[in-house]
Write a protein that binds this ligand. Structure first.
Ligand code: CO
Length: 134
């Protein structure tokens, strides 16, 4: 059911510093910051030959990243994103298997303008998983 690894998301305490590190030290192709008010984050996408890295920083008062950074002040891997062909079929298969889909199970439009869902990390070996329909 799942396809390619779309991105790995890393929560960072200093978005500008992290973007500069990827651009200048690691020599990666780094895009400008993008505010995602629906998700409470500002993101910077880094394009690698085989996948993307998504740097996440809190945006607004109810950002899901604020608590994560409080627990991980140096930053850390926040989620990984797998591609699926049909997000509703994927959701139904997962909920039938007993996995918990976050946020009521209705897909939201993600940072790439495509529908996304998040799966409970306790159901997937402690890893928050995003599914993106491509
Ligand atoms: Co993501």
């Amino acid at each position: 059911m799942i396809g390619r690894l779309n991105h790995v998301a890393i929560a960072v305490p200093d978005l500008e510093a992290a973007a500069a590190q990827y651009r200048d030290t690691l020599g990666a192709r780094v895009n400008p910051p993008q505010d995602e008010p629906d998700h409470g984050v500002t993101v910077v996408f880094i394009e690698l030959p085989n996948t993307k890295i998504e740097l996440l920083h809190p945006l607004g008062d109810n950002s899901p990243i604020t608590a994560f950074l409080a627990k991980n002040p140096a930053g850390g891997i926040h989620h990984i994103c797998y591609e699926v062909d049909d997000i509703l079929a994927a959701r139904d298969r997962l909920t039938e298997s007993g996995a918990r889909v976050l946020g009521g199970g209705e897909p939201k439009i993600g940072a790439h303008g495509k529908p996304v869902l998040f799966l409970h990390p306790k159901d997937f070996n402690g890893t928050l998983i995003e599914l993106e329909q491509v």
